[in-house]
Design a protein around this ligand. Structure first.
Ligand SMILES: *Cc1c(COP(=O)(O)O)cnc(C)c1O
Length: 429
């Protein structure tokens, strides 16, 4: 359920007509719905009722401060993968004691930033990273809270680029090695072993891979307990999929997923952490884009719009599907077309061979389910200023990020000077 519905023909975000937002803020434009975000949060929390848990929203799905602060107010913790994401969480008023620092390659300065801020745990993904965390903690005179991210070697059966829990992926440590690293960590006075983590992939549309992975993790927990190493938490990661294509079979609802997990985790006495991203924000956002041209090359019909892979890369990167529909009343006539952007790449499309209502130059289109991995993966390729972002709450619309300007494109850059010796310039001496 989301709050982007049609009323007397026009698509709205909650009480606000989308065409008004496009007129005020221009296109391409991301629009998020507070009511949808809040609803998704509550549905997920309800699905885990009875389980002692902390939900740490995965910032990389959508890191806009308005989204982070909304979730922080609802009580969310945060899953971060960089120092920059920690900065965002702090700027949004998030509680560092509810922050999990994930990621396969953390720099020393990022580890130090996280330890200084007092994050809840660093998820460590290799022997060498465990050693780095220990060194940085000693240097700061603190004890680093750590968990190992274990690679449970299960197939999440999702797109290979977003599958992370197989041995052939770069993520986590194999269960056998985890045992050895836990022993090492438990003896290191600069480390404090807190728990174990997994994250097997994204846009997972079945419950079974989660259950398989949890079962394997609980096996490890038992082995560690026999050695006197007790884990305070088990982090089951994120990855629950969302419906993108109304004509395809929907992924399990949070209620179904939560019930299965509650059952699987019954034997675990510690706290359960989870790191959902997409399921919270994916369907809480849309991308608005304007039709620039409709053209034909031979028998193919192209709808050229002003949003491209720089704004929403998922179709180009993962062959992802997004519903696209006119914001105004849809035409009766259906046509088959490619919806493409203005970027100089043939992979620059939002839809291929799509059956949809015929559209014309100047029409405003709504690309649905764009709240996760939309703006956060956007770029300035082709020197395109990034889109604006708006958060709607009832009748109100907050400009949550202003559209970038041409000046933003070159901020921090310097033209090479003619004549002068490069090395003698101030700042480079
Ligand atoms: C990306 C990521 C998530 C969130 O994944 P979703 O599919 O958006 O739920 C959670 N944890 C880690 C470690 C991640 O890398």
């Amino acid at each position: 359920m989301n709050h982007f519905q049609r009323r007397s023909g026009r698509l709205h975000a909650e009480q606000v007509p989308l065409d008004e937002l496009a007129r005020t803020h221009g296109t391409p434009l991301y629009v998020y719905s507070t009511a949808t975000l809040t609803r998704h949060w509550k549905v997920l929390e309800r699905s885990l009722r009875g389980l002692r848990h902390l939900t740490c929203y995965a910032v990389k799905a959508n890191g806009n401060l308005s989204v982070l602060s909304t979730l922080a107010r609802l009580g969310a913790g945060f899953d971060i993968v960089s120092g920059g994401e920690l900065y965002r969480v702090l700027q949004a008023g998030g509680d560092p004691r509810k922050v999990v620092f994930s990621g396969v390659g953390k720099r020393d300065d990022e580890i130090a930033f996280a330890l200084g801020a007092g994050v809840r745990v660093l998820d460590v993904e290799s022997a060498s990273e465990l050693a780095r965390v220990s060194v940085v903690a000693r240097r700061l005179g603190v004890r680093a809270p750590v968990a190992l991210r274990v690679n449970p070697d299960v197939d999440a059966r999702t797109h290979p680029y977003i599958s992370t829990g197989l041995h052939r992926n770069k993520f986590g440590v194999p269960a056998e090695e985890a045992l050895r690293l836990y022993r090492l960590a438990a003896r290191d006075p600069a480390l404090h072993v807190k728990g174990a983590a997994m994250h097997i992939g994204s846009q997972i549309t079945e419950v079974a891979p989660f259950l398989d992975a949890v079962k394997r993790m609980l096996g490890l927990v038992r082995k560690l307990e026999k050695e006197g190493i007790t884990l305070g938490h088990l982090d089951i990661g994120g990855g629950l999929g969302i419906p993108y294509d109304a004509s395809a079979e929907p992924p399990p609802t949070p209620a179904v997923w939560g019930a299965a997990l509650r059952k699987a985790l019954r034997g675990f006495r510690g706290e359960v952490l989870l790191e959902p991203g997409r399921v919270l924000v994916g369907n809480a956002g849309v991308l608005l884009t304007r039709v620039l041209h409709v053209k034909r090359n031979g028998r193919r019909r192209f709808v050229v719009v002003d949003a491209g892979m720089t704004d929403l890369v998922r179709p180009a990167m993962y062959q992802a599907f997004h519903e696209i529909e006119p914001v105004g009343s849809p035409a009766e006539r259906q046509v088959t077309c490619d919806v493409v952007g203005p970027i100089c790449e043939s992979s620059d499309f939002l839809a291929k061979g799509r059956r949809m209502p015929e559209v014309a130059q100047g029409d405003l289109l709504c690309v649905r389910s764009a709240g996760a991995y939309g703006f956060s993966m956007s770029s300035q390729y082709n020197a395109r200023p990034r889109a604006a972002e708006v958060l709607v709450d009832g009748e109100e619309a907050l400009l949550a990020r202003r559209r970038e300007t041409y000046a933003d494109l070159v901020r921090g850059e310097e033209p090479a000077r003619r004549g002068g010796r490069l090395g003698s310039r101030r700042g480079l001496r």
